[in-house]
Every structure is written in structure tokens, then in C-alpha cells.
Design a protein around this ligand. Sequence first.
Ligand code: PMP
Length: 384
Amino acid sequence: LGRSSTLDDGKLISKSSKSRDKTKNKHAQPKVAANVTELIGDTPLIRLNYLSGLTGCEIWAKLELFNPAGSAKDRIALAIIEHAEKEGKLRPGFPDKVFEGTSGSTGISLALVCCAKGYEAHIVIPDDTSEDKVRLLKMYGAQIHKVRPAGIADKNHYVNTARRMADEIGSSNENCRAIFANQFEQTQNWLCHYRTTGPEIYTQMPTIDCFVTGAGTGGTISGCATYLKEKNPDLKVVIADVPGSGLYNKVRYGVMFNSTEKEGSRRRHQVDTIVEGIGLNRLTLNLEPALAVVDDAERVEDADARYMADILVQKEGLFIGSSSAVNCVAAYRQAVKMGPDHTIVTILCDSGTRHLSKFYAMDVDKDCKIANELLNITVGTAFV
Ligand code: PMP
């Protein structure tokens, strides 16, 4: 894959796009599902034609937003719940309860799996969570518990509250079992990406040279990168990070905080960006496997992600969420660093529809860094 590119009707077209035919399975059967959980996973991989054409690389993205509740978190919700069933902590057919502290996609995915399996989803959220998300959770039938925003060390932090509620309910009622899903520390999270997302990527794109994605719990990057690196030890693994998160420094300098920068003074464990869902200032069990295989990190600012999101919708027709836009900026920068003829795969975690009121409300800065990087490669170093 990935040879040179030519200019055709003003557009950069990679000659290697012919090789796309090889990846098409013309006889693939449309899915048939007995229930919604069977539609989780097996997501498509799509070529990012514009970014591939500009760089002379093959840049592909896994469309995790095609999962039934709209994000990669469907996979871990199903894995955590089915693991609890195997351990007898949840019983199919009983109105057992699943608790999680999250203001993100995991709550929505847990609620969907609970609907399908007949459990009750209880989602604890900070009371400043956007009304859009609260409505979505309610539509999926979740019980919402709002708490005041607090630091993770505080017993009233939403994660700690969810854990406590699960313990209290589980121990107080003989007839009702309850689990705390615990996406940060429950290793079924990264293991499910190791068992499903990673192998799917390898099947879809065995020539992959580089895997790029962000980390929120670390589950996606740990699972995919560990699997892919087992298949190809020369594979490059890159964490796409955001300002205020310690991951970039951890990878580049071996420490989570860099006292010469502002990170140290920020509230620990909280990443204060418009981009949602990625960035970490602590080591979690689901991040640890990634740290053993990661080779590089890219730090992407909100403005660059916002600009890239517009490129993706205008050039590819892909309306993506904020962390997906960060991934695309990082994938593009890696392509430029690695040079033509490399194959890079990244993740499109969720859709733009979940990010209208915050990320897409941001003005596009036409003079941001990535705008200039894209402009310069077009006029200066396009591979024609
Ligand atoms: N993107 C979005 C929108 C997310 O909600 C998350 C998870 N918080 C991620 C990316 C990162 O995934 P992971 O938790 O597997 O690191």
C-alpha cells in the first residue's frame, strides 16, 4: 500500500487508492442480529482520502461511531457486564443493577447493554454535565444520580459515589445484585479491545505500520496496541494527547508532570480542554499495558482538533467527535514525520452529534497550527 500521489482535477489522489479494492470483501454478508448487543463491534475501517493524498501515506480510521450506542464504549460495556455474568455478580433475567461514575460515553453504552439484558443502569454524574448527555442517558432508561463536582480524592466524587452506591445496594438486598463497572481499573476494558478491536484492525489492515489514538481510561490504546505489536514488533504506537494531560510528558520524558509547564498546577486527574474523553493525569490499570508498548506522543490543541473536524466533514463526509479529531491531527503529523508509503490507523471514537453544544460551538481558527501545516504541505511538499 501507499506509493506516490498524482494531482487529478485539483485533488491529490494516491495511486495506491487502487489497492482499496483489495480490502473490499464483495461477498461480505450483511449482519443479522438476535439483539442489539450482537451489533457491537465489527466496525468498518475507512480510508481518509484527503489526508492520505496529502502525505503519500495510507491513513485509515476505524469507525467506532458505528457501534449501536454510538461509540467504542459499547464494547467495554458489553465485556464488563458479560464478565460479571460469568462471575455470577449479575444474573440474566434478574433486575440487577450496574453502577458507573461517568459523564461520558460509557454511561450511555452501559445503559444500552442494560436495556438489552434487562438490568438497571445507574449513572452518577457531576451536576454540571451537559443537558444533552443527561437526556440521552434518560432516553436509554438510565437512572441518573447527580453529585456536586469534586476531586477524585473526595469521597463524593462521582466515581467514588458510584462505587459506594453499588457496595451499599449489593450488600443490603439479598434479592438484588449490583456491580460497579469501574471502567478505569476493570481490566476487562483493555482486554476487550485486545480481543476484538485489535484483531479487527489487523484483519482489516495487516500492513499497518503505525497505530495512533488517545487515552481516556487507556483501554483502547492498551488493547489495540498490545495486540498489534504482538503481530508486528516494528509497529509504531503513538498516544494522541491533549494539553493538561500528563501522558505526553510521561511518554516523552518519563514523568507524568513537567514542572516547567502548567500541568503540575492544574487540578490533578482533571483535564481541562474543550476536547472530551481523552487525557489522563494518573496511571490506571487500563493504561499500564499501553505504556509498555508506546513509542511516541503527539499533543493536540483544541483549536487544531476543531479545524481538523471541519476538514473531515468537508473532505470525507465524516462528522466526528472531538477526541476523534485529535486522533486525526496526530495521525496526520505522524504521517508527515514517518514519510510517504507508511500505513497509519487511527480511531474515530464517536460522532459529532454528541459534541454540538461544546466542541462545535467553538469558532474555527483558520490560522491555527494544523491549518498552516496542511497549507504548507499542499503548496510545498505534496508528493506529485
Ligand atoms: N474518545 C471518547 C469520546 C471517549 O469518551 C473516550 C473514553 N473516555 C476515549 C476517546 C478514550 O478511550 P479509552 O477510555 O479507551 O482510552
